[in-house]
Design a protein around this ligand. Sequence first.
Ligand code: CTP
Ligand code: MN
Ligand code: MN
Ligand code: MN
Length: 408
Amino acid sequence: AEPGAELQVALVPSYACQRHTPLLHHNTVLTDALSILAENAELTDNEGRGVAFRRAAALLKSLPHEIRGMEQLKGLPCLGDHCLRVIKEVLEDGTCSEVETTRQSGQFTALKALTGIFGVGAKTADRWFREGIHTPSDLQRSGHTLNRAQQAGLQYYDDLNRPVTKAEADAIGRIVERAVSEVLPGAEITLIGGFRRGKNTGHDVDFLITHPDEGKEEGLMVKVVSWLEAQDFLLYQKTTRNSYLESKDGPARPPSNMDRFERCFSIFRLSTHNGVRMTETDPHSHFSVHPHDSHPTPQTCRTVDVLSREDSSEIGQPQSSHSQSWRAVRVDLVVSPYSQFSFALLGWTGSKLFERELRRWAVHEKAMTLSSHTLYDSKQRQYLRANSEEEIFALLGLEYVPPCGRNA
Ligand code: CTP
Ligand code: MN
Ligand code: MN
Ligand code: MN
């Protein structure tokens, strides 16, 4: 081995929030294998194991080189015996038997297909699997009573399982921006989630909405949703008020201005304008560039084809009737008071593992509680203010990691 290589390895820190994790990295063969095991653990109620596999995968994603032999792993954190066994097998044989068995297992395939239905979680999928329901078609034939989300999930199954492109995300952004500016001039919207981290595709599109005059954002979601519904943009929506108070991960008694946190899970009806070219550039558009956001994604001028596609309706749903004119897209909207914007931005940019690691770091290394609303210092017994993500990282004693480095 090269002199110094081991020293370098020994310096890799153990929390994902202490590292930069790019979208594209050098160890996809290994991380794909570990991700299958993580996914399987999550689908079978083994959250702890799932997190262990995810942490190991995230560690490998952050390395600046390809791992070719076990000796290169010496001194690296996050790699338990099980992970090391998997990595060793993949390095030696090209595949790992446990991974391949899992990938091909009827249970894994069925649970993936069923949780691929919007509104269906791992527990429900597992219950149905035990009843012999293995596919969305099985579910449809079963005559089970489904809630509104699950009905929509079945109805738009194909569309919702087709990745959303950046062009489609931008088109949704323009619609949301129009809605927001119609109902509350001066409100600001920011693209969050995977697209803010630089992903080219996503399973949904996430937006954070706020207004510089604190209080003006109150009740905004209901108005935005009404406008969108009146314009026939929504196929499904569920608006939740006050989700903060229902969550269990914040300090016990939040300040009163937190009661205003609103979010909306929705399914948009996005016109695909088959064959029509759509221009992304809008000189008045400020979406994804928020004054607080010192690392905005540059909005480049380009022209994009917004898809023509084959209709591939697997379950014979009414998809064929509109196959070329529009598609269904999952969209998450969150409204945050201006004073909590940075916390909401940090909390909703992800990745899920990066968020989990930030909170774990805060609690275990700093005796602080981080949420999408606040940072609470248990020693000082007070909430700490921050006006940017950079300030939050600094308060946590961490070097700043930009969104594109949070792909853990
Ligand atoms: N999130 C959350 N509460 C939820 C769901 C999501 O706080 N009930 C947060 C996640 O922690 C993540 C962000 O919202 O930081 C985006 O979540 P999601 O859209 O599920 O994932 P993405 O990272 O955007 O990936 P994808 O491209 O697949 O959508
Ligand atoms: Mn997302
Ligand atoms: Mn469709
Ligand atoms: Mn989302």
